[in-house]
Design a protein around this ligand. Structure first.
Ligand code: GLN
Length: 531
């Protein structure tokens, strides 16, 4: 058996769990059996080619898995009442790979229902609190995974990032959060929310552990046709990796200043606000609503003072490490949130069609006919946020309207990717792509630190507008890692580095250097059980 709970570990976990409620299912003393072998054809980066440095940080360690990622014999509720009783008959490829190295799942963590949200308060199952201050949210949607790592209940956890759901809770809880390049990690076993945007990501206590987990789970998987091995020219994860031959290090970090972003968003608000045509009262009212929404969005993108201070601390930290910082602008970013929510909702409305009470989900006790059964199952099973997004998704995909919404969002998406690639470089090994002019772009993760509930909360609309800083990496399919820059006013502030496709090795080296100079903070009561 690969994992033996250290003395006092189980009681330590139970005490924390009482306070924070990170887990939907928790088995620290009777962990899941690691009896599932790696699929026969797990590709080159299957367990055999994982370097021993990586194995050493995973073997005999417990880990947690977000409850929208399959682990055989465990729940897979996706944070939804509809799937509260569902148990997974198989495990995700990423989970199998970690188990093959001796990692051990000890539980499934809470999330916003199907990954839709930024607080984990959209869970239909339970509430999760932030270990730094239980009156505040842990962030979302991988809030349970972030809280469990932050409290020291596990050294690492898997989450999923569709628009920021690994990086934002990592920032709120003071841990490392990696969203890999699209396709770098198999999505087999991840319950789909918005398939073209999302991937399995990593939450961990240190950058070195994040690297180890990424090295273990990445690679082409025959079970997921969108998965890919890193190109030969990409930066290596470990010395001795066979790739990395033609990688260049520029020593330059582009800084996407929050001021520049806020100005761009405010500009968009002004344009929307003045769009009233000479139409009738209904048009004027609709335009009024648009401009009010644009104003709220512009306000929501502005950083609170403490987050600004954390961002400045990160800039200074990298300057001291010898990086040259240059200001960059990304005007296209202001359309990121509308494009993200258009695409995410459209894909969600299709992906969630399977939860109908027939194929999946709790059936109503009684129904008049099959249509009525589906209506009743979905009405009782889905929460408000999920219903809202399904409606929005079907709206933007209505026949005759795709061009106006969905296709337009796809064009914006291509523009955002091109904007980033002009700075960090196009795909490795593509001579026609833009050249690399910098190692990474430094940008904020979220405009606020962990927010509270009730009056201290952010409105659901403001939470969506605040996804501005994270969702663009998903639109572009590029890797980004968030990590604690500093603690301000008693709460951690995260920042993120975004880089060229398959440059995770480079990004993590930069985070490791920052961490060596500014060891990552922990909440009061934290104890490290695992090296
Ligand atoms: N806040 C974003 C949303 O609600 C992020 C979701 C995610 O990454 N799963 O869609």
């Amino acid at each position: 058996m690969p994992y033996k709970p250290p003395e006092d570990f189980v009681s330590y976990c139970r005490e924390w769990e009482e306070k924070i409620g990170a887990f939907i299912e928790f088995r620290p003393d009777a962990p899941g059996a690691a009896d599932v072998p790696l699929p026969p054809d797990a590709g080159e980066s299957g367990s055999l080619s994982v370097p021993s440095e990586a194995k050493a940080l995973i073997a005999e360690r417990p880990f947690a898995v977000k409850d929208n990622i399959a682990v055989k014999g465990f729940s897979a509720s996706c944070g939804s009442k509809l799937l509260a009783a569902f148990r997974s008959p198989y495990s995700a490829t990423a989970v199998l790979k970690l188990e093959a190295l001796g990692g051990c799942v000890i539980g499934k963590t809470n999330l916003d229902e199907f990954g839709m949200g930024s607080s984990t308060d959209n869970s239909g199952i339970q509430r999760t609190n932030n270990p730094w201050d239980p009156s505040r949210v842990p962030g979302g949607s991988s809030g349970g995974s972030a809280a469990a790592v932050s409290a020291g209940m596990v050294p690492f956890a898997l989450g999923s990032d569709t628009g920021g759901s690994v990086r934002q809770p990592a920032a709120f809880c003071g841990v490392v959060g990696l969203k890999p390049t699209y396709g770098a990690v198999s999505r087999y076993g991840l319950v789909a929310y918005a398939s073209s945007l999302e991937g399995i990501g990593i939450l961990a206590d240190t950058a070195a552990r994040t690297r180890a987990v990424f090295a273990s789970i990445r690679g082409k998987d025959p079970m997921d046709d969108t998965s890919r091995d890193a190109p030969a020219a990409a930066p290596p994860l470990y010395a001795g990796d066979k790739n990395g031959a033609s990688d260049t290090v520029t020593g330059v970090i582009g800084v996407l200043s929050p001021e520049a972003v806020a100005k761009a968003v405010a500009g968009a608000a002004a344009i929307n606000g003045s769009s009233t045509m000479n139409g009738g009262a209904a048009e004027a009212e609709a335009d009024g609503a648009v401009s009010a929404a644009a104003r709220i969005a512009a306000e929501a993108a502005e950083l609170e003072g403490e987050v600004r201070r954390g961002f400045e601390a990160a800039k200074k930290g990298f300057a001291v490490l010898g990086y040259k910082l240059v200001d960059v602008e990304m005007p296209g970013l202001k359309y990121g949130v509308p494009a993200y929510y258009t695409i995410a909702a459209a894909e969600a409305s299709a992906n969630l069609a399977r939860f109908d009470g027939i194929r999946y989900g709790k059936r109503p006790d009684w129904a008049e006919n099959p249509d009525d059964l589906i209506d009743k199952a979905r009405d009782a099973g889905f929460g408000d946020e999920v219903k809202l997004r399904i409606l929005l998704g079907t709206f933007v995909l209505r026949s005759g309207f795709q061009d106006r919404y969905y296709l337009r969002a796809q064009r914006i998406r291509a523009g955002i990717r091109a904007g980033f690639e002009a700075l960090v470089g196009g795909p490795y090994g593509d001579p026609a792509g833009p050249a690399q002019t910098m190692d990474a772009i430094l940008l904020p993760v979220f405009p606020t630190r962990a927010f509270g509930r009730g009056s201290g909360s952010l409105s659901p609309f403001a939470q969506k507008a605040a996804d501005l800083y994270t969702c663009c990496a998903n639109l572009a399919g590029l890797p980004a890692v968030s990590f604690p820059a500093s603690v301000e006013g008693g709460l951690p502030v995260g920042v993120q580095l975004l880089g060229r496709a398959f440059s995770e090795g480079r990004l993590l080296t930069m985070v490791e250097a920052y961490e060596a100079a500014h060891p990552f903070p922990h909440p009061a009561g934290y104890k490290a059980f695992f090296g």
